[in-house]
Design a protein around this ligand. Structure first.
Ligand code: ATP
Length: 296
């Protein structure tokens, strides 16, 4: 018997795809040897707690239905257990970076078929303190933009809310550098930056190619950093970022790391997979191929 736990955030995204759950269960139940349990979250940490319990209760597969925030909670729950089921991500949020990168089908029948085919790949998981992230850790301009967009605005306007708010915030943020001390491979470097992104996949914040060289299974996190001194070029860089043609831009520092510490004098909010998660100063590392994800 294959035991499957669905963990769904009923309020994620535009709340449309969640209506497809009965159809998904129907597809999966065509094989009498499968047992599907469905759990709806009602508040923060529900998904995390349920995922952790599902590991101990020996489920074979966890399916997340929600946005990147739900995926982040689920992987945080799973990383607490030595025995981990496989993970499948059904993108149902406003921004679904990891699902987009993996080209997970949005059509529910196609998604069900993908589960039945059961192809999988191992993926790296980032960690900072006791918090894990599957796609990205970031601080500075971009995360502040994301968190200023209320979740109601995200539901109604979807991705556009990010960009509209982004344009409004941009001018204010330009004058607020972050002074950081970086420790990479035993070397110390001091910088004034606008923001940094530490990414597992190339797709971050709805930009499909923001971190073009990032690979989800290489045991590295890709650090992308914009220096404050390069301020005047930043707008042009963002335009290039839409098509992934920004990596060689002089305003950027781009580097692959296994471990990094980022120290700041002040406490600065940290974004993990699009949700507020702790703060700088912080250290980061990667657990190579720690989770197994179902892919098309
Ligand atoms: N029933 C619920 N109602 C409101 N918030 C919830 C509920 N269940 C979980 N949450 C919280 O909502 C946060 C955001 O959820 P999620 O990422 O799935 O949706 P989203 O915000 O629409 O998508 P995205 O993060 O991609 O923009 C989660 O981190 C979780 O803590």
């Amino acid at each position: 018997m294959e035991k499957i736990q669905v963990i769904c955030n009923p309020n994620a995204g535009r709340q449309i795809v969640q209506k497809n759950i009965p159809k998904l269960v129907e597809v999966l139940n065509e094989d009498a040897n499968r047992e599907v349990d469905i759990y709806y979250t009602s508040k923060k940490f529900d998904a995390r707690n349920k995922a952790e319990k599902s590991c101990y209760n020996q489920y074979d597969l966890i399916i997340t239905i929600g946005g990147d925030g739900t995926v982040n909670e689920v992987i945080n729950g799973m990383m607490q257990s030595d025995k981990k089921p496989k993970l499948a991500i059904y993108p149902a949020g406003t921004v679904n970076d990891f699902g987009t990168y993996l080209k997970i089908p949005r059509n529910i029948e196609e998604f069900g078929k993908m589960l039945i085919r059961n192809n999988s790949t191992k993926v790296d998981v980032g960690v900072s303190g006791d918090r894990y992230f599957l796609n990205v850790a970031a601080a500075g301009l971009l995360p502040e933009v994301a968190h200023k967009v209320s979740s109601e605005a995200k539901t109604v306007l979807g991705k556009f809310a990010y960009y509209i708010e982004g344009i409004k915030e941009f001018s204010k943020q330009l004058f607020k550098p972050m002074r950081v001390k970086l420790y990479i491979n035993g070397k110390e470097e001091e910088k004034e930056i606008l923001f940094f992104i530490l990414a597992n996949s190339p797709s971050v914040g709805g930009f499909s190619y923001l971190v073009p060289e990032a690979r989800i299974d290489d045991g590295y996190l890709d650090l992308l950093m914009v220096e404050y001194s390069q301020l005047k070029d930043v707008a042009g860089m963002f335009i290039k970022a839409l098509t992934g043609n920004h990596a060689n831009h002089p305003a950027l520092k781009y580097l692959q790391v296994q471990e990094i510490s980022i120290l700041t004098d002040n406490r600065i909010d940290l974004d993990l997979d699009g949700e507020l998660g702790g703060s700088l100063p912080a250290s980061f590392k990667v657990e190579k191929q720690a989770l197994e994800i179902i892919i098309p």
